[in-house]
Design a protein around this ligand. Structure first.
Ligand code: C2E
Ligand code: CA
Ligand code: CA
Length: 888
């Protein structure tokens, strides 16, 4: 058995199968079979009907054709029943009329035609479009044949009056409708494989059934008219009917579009309402969100009315102020701000009220309940609360105390001295600038500035260490502060320099009294690192009466006055006066020139011979630095060396002297050795001139003066060694001279260096011996070779004088300690003789030779002993060095 076309299990899909899948994919085998049967039968009915009519007279064929055409036309314009999905095709009227006038064949054609048109309109599927006319044809053929038979029977029995015709037509219409419904419903049931149900019939009966019945009634009435009056009247009625139907069609269409519009309107209104509801919900949600954000925000927030009164505050704000939230409400926000900041806050609120601004941002200090200040960054702006009727202000407040504290600390650091906590130089400058300005603007508002410098701070630092130095400075700063009047300011400018600004002075004497009080306070001993320290300060004072315009000038003049105080003996104060300016300017000029001279290498050395008193022979020289100023001429070391010390140039000068002197002596020694060799050779000859006493090679010495700065210099020993190595001089040929004061004041720090130098073989001499206070017990243990008796003793040597006794005891002491003794400043024969008689080893002085130039000194090398010189030079003026006149 070949498979039914369209069956699902068809193995090889042929053209049938493909057509089936394309057209009726939802049709199962039964439904497919049914469809084909109905369609075939329908086609057969149509074809049969057409053939049976073919034999009829032309007039009938025309009427049938017109009837079919009108039925199909009516099918294109159905009358849609309002409020229902049904429509009434008026074609039925004409189909039924054809049935009554020309029998089932004509009506079958019309029904098939009208159904074809109708299904073209209502369905897109070709299966429906084909089966609908087929079903209509079959139903009409069946029902029409039944009607004809019934009417025939009734006419035959004489019952065929007009009323009967109408009733029978109605019954027929029902059966026609039922048949169509059954045949079409069967397709659906078969497709779904469901049994047929009676409800199918009634479910759809309603309106359409009644419409069919009404159509049949109309048809029957028209048929009766036709029977009595002929085709003419019917032709007149048909257009009327058409108009009626058309009117109905358009009326219902109109109704429908009104309804559509109404529905659309209602829908829009509904949408609108839904939108409004959604908006409301969103608003509520946003309000909820705002309130939650407000409540849980970590920054302080408040809603305020326009004069700053709190309407609502969040917990963060309450926490920031240490209050309960309720305590804030209804109070002006200004209440929580410190008094100083209230004005600027009020100003901002008033600007908002006047609509000058819409908000503000301010840094304010709030008052915490515990009394502490809280720095806040506040921001205030317009705010309209969701749902609230009137706008208000929203204030946001962030605690920035930590940041401000850090800023303040940084500021403090930048303007204060970390050791003493006092204002630093920068801060002092600022304060002074304000004072200068005020003194200019307000006559009578005088100030004084004092510059303090401690006379022995460096010593403390060097001998006790920096920690002790720091501790000392802290104590000093306290004492200065304690001696000030309220309103006066003390600052540490750096190192041991302090400055005091005393304001609102009624008289200069007040400042002087203040300075005296400070000096008194500072004179009392300090206890630092277990040591009792005495100190004193030199104070320079200047006054606003000099009409200052810049703080720099004030400080400069106070500094100048301080130097004056120092220069005139330390531990005192000095008032600035304008003559000091020239002094200072002079000093500054010299300082610059000296620096230049050192750099340019234009300093020179003078060499003063040192002589063994007993033999009168030259033993060495003392190197003395000389500066010939390009404009001012020769400047004495006593003038320029203090400037060099203060300006920190001393170390470079000593280096210069060391190198220059060592090189020079090395040259002279070479020269002397050469001379001795020649003399040695001559002595061996028969001429018999006296040879050098002792016969062995004489070693000359070079004495170099050393300052306190050098002794404190950490690389001092290395610097000395270097000079020796570079010049090739033996260490024993070099003697370093330290004044007694330097030696004693720096003894502790310098002892190590002195011992090292001694180990190297370098000689050490105490210069100006007798002017200081060296304890004799100390002297025995010190690594010292020579004591150099100060020239003040030599100058006053007279037999039986106190000085003579001192000199004698120094010479005794020296010999008992194994140290050689040198007397400097020998100007007279009597001095020379006395010293020699006392047993003094060495001598130096104008009598023997003043400081000489290198060439002059060199000329002495091979010379005779001073004893044997025919005449000694008279004592020259100390400042004048003219070797030629002095030596000959
Ligand atoms: P000083 O160390 O006591 O040097 C001796 C000073 O006495 C020299 O003065 C010298 O010219 C002077 N003089 C020599 N014989 C006589 C005399 O018979 N009668 C008098 N009245 N004076 C005499 P000068 O050259 O002016 O030096 C003064 C001071 O300057 C020196 O005193 C020394 O302390 C210092 N000085 C000189 N050169 C240097 C140097 O290169 N380095 C260091 N640190 N100090 C130096
Ligand atoms: Ca000296
Ligand atoms: Ca001296």
């Amino acid at each position: 058995m070949s498979p039914t076309p369209g069956s699902a299990d068809d193995p090889a899909p042929g053209p049938w199968r493909r057509l089936h899948r394309a057209l009726m994919p939802d049709y199962n085998r039964k439904a497919t079979a049914y469809w084909w049967v109905v369609v075939c039968l329908g086609v057969a009915a149509v074809v049969g009907s057409a053939m049976s009519l073919a034999g009829e007279p032309t007039q009938v064929i025309v009427q049938v054709a017109v009837g079919v055409a009108v039925a199909m036309l009516a099918g294109i314009f159905p009358v849609r029943v309002p409020h229902s999905r049904n429509s009434y095709a008026a074609g039925e009227i004409f189909i039924f009329l054809l049935l009554l006038m020309h029998g089932p064949a004509a009506a079958t054609l019309a029904a098939a035609g009208e159904a074809a048109v109708g299904s073209m309109r209502t369905s897109k599927r070709w299966t429906s479009r084909i089966i609908s006319p087929a079903v209509a044809a079959l139903a009409m053929l069946g029902s029409g044949a039944l009607l004809q038979a019934t009417l025939g029977a009734l006419n035959a029995s004489g019952l065929g009056n007009a009323g009967v015709v109408v009733v029978v037509a109605m019954v027929f219409a029902m059966s026609y409708f039922v048949t169509i419904t059954l045949l079409l419903t069967a397709v659906l049931r078969l497709k779904r494989d469901e049994p047929f149900q009676l409800s199918d019939l009634f479910g759809v009966f309603g309106w359409v059934g009644i419409a069919y019945a009404a159509s049949a009634t109309v048809s029957a009435l028209l048929f009766l008219v036709y029977k009595q009056t002929g085709i003419g009247v019917l032709m007149g009625l048909l257009p009327l009917l058409a108009m009626l139907l058309a009117t109905l069609h358009y009326f219902f269409r109109q109704q429908e579009s009104t309804e559509v519009a109404r529905l659309a309107g209602a829908e829009a209104a509904e949408r609108e309402a839904a939108n409004a509801a959604r908006h409301m919900r969103e608003l509520e949600a946003s309000e909820r969100r705002f309130h939650s954000a407000f409540t849980h925000a970590s920054i302080g927030m408040a809603l305020l009315n326009f004069d700053g009164r709190v309407l609502q505050a969040n917990p963060a704000l309450a926490g920031l102020l240490g209050l309960q939230r309720e305590a804030l409400v209804q109070r002006p926000v200004q209440d929580f701000v410190v008094a100083e900041d209230r004005a600027k806050l009020a100003e901002q609120f008033s600007a908002i009220t006047r609509e000058v601004t819409e908000g503000f941002a301010l840094q304010l200090r709030c008052r915490h309940r515990d009394g502490s200040e809280v720095w806040v960054a506040s921001h205030c702006s317009f705010f309209s609360e969701p749902g609230a009727s009137s706008p208000c202000l929203i204030l946001q407040v962030q605690d920035i105390s930590a940041r401000r504290k850090a800023e303040q600390d940084l500021h403090h650091l930048a303007f204060h001295d970390s050791l003493t906590g006092l204002p630093n130089r920068r801060r002092f400058h600022e304060l002074l600038a304000v004072a200068v300005q005020r003194a200019q603007e307000v006559p009578g508002d005088e100030f004084a500035v004092m510059f303090l410098d401690f006379d022995r701070f460096k010593l403390i630092n060097d001998s006790l260490g920096h920690d002790a130095g720091d501790a000392f400075l802290v104590q000093v700063s306290r004492r200065i502060q304690d001696s000030l009047r309220p309103g006066d300011v003390v600052a540490r400018l750096g190192g041991d320099e302090f400055a005091v600004l005393a304001q609102r002075l009624s008289a200069e004497a007040q400042a002087v009294m203040l300075a005296e009080r400070m000096m008194e306070m500072l004179k009392r001993p300090f206890h630092v690192a277990g040591t009792e320290l005495m100190t004193s300060a030199s104070i320079g004072i200047t006054f606003s009466k000099f009409g200052y315009t810049s703080p720099e000038h004030v400080l400069r003049d106070a500094d100048t006055a301080m130097y004056k105080a120092k220069g005139s003996g330390k531990a005192r104060y000095a008032l600035f006066d304008t003559s000091l300016h020239t002094e200072v300017a002079q000093r500054l000029r010299l300082e610059g020139d000296l620096r230049h001279a050192i750099e340019a290498g234009t300093l020179t050395l003078a060499y003063q011979p040192i002589v063994a008193l007993a033999s009168g022979r030259l033993t060495g020289f003392e190197a003395l630095v000389r500066w010939k100023h390009p404009a001012d001429g020769t400047i004495a070391p006593g003038t320029f060396l203090p400037i060099a010390e203060e300006a920190g140039m001393m170390v470079r000068i000593t280096d210069f002297v060391l190198h220059c002197a060592c090189h020079q002596l090395r040259q002279w020694q070479d020269e002397l050795d050469r001379q001795q060799q020649v003399q040695g050779a001559a002595a061996a000859s028969p001429s018999g001139i006296a040879a050098t006493p002792g016969g062995a090679a004489r070693l000359l010495t070079m004495s170099v003066n050393v300052s306190g700065h050098d002794l404190a210099h950490p690389a001092f020993v290395a610097r000395v060694s270097r000079a020796l190595i570079e010049s090739g001089l033996q260490a024993c040929q070099l003697t370093l001279e330290l004044t007694e004061n330097i030696l004693m004041s720096r003894l502790e720090g310098a002892l190590g260096a002195l011992r090292e130098l001694r180990t190297l073989g370098v000689g050490l001499a105490v210069d100006d011996f007798g002017t200081g206070y060296s304890s004799l017990s100390h002297l025995a243990t010190l690594p010292i070779d020579t004591l150099k008796i100060d020239r003040s003793f030599v100058a006053r040597l007279k037999v039986g004088s106190r000085e003579a006794a001192v000199v004698r005891s120094i010479i005794l002491l020296g010999s008992s300690l194994g140290k050689s003794v040198l007397a400097e400043g020998i100007e007279t024969e009597s001095q020379f003789g006395q010293l020699n008689e006392m047993g003094c080893d060495l001598g130096q002085g104008f009598l023997l030779a003043p400081p000489l130039t290198a060439e002059q000194a060199e000329a002495l090398l091979g010379g005779a002993s001073w004893r044997e010189r025919p005449s000694r030079a008279p004592a020259p003026a100390p400042s004048e060095i003219d070797a030629q006149t002095m030596l000959h």
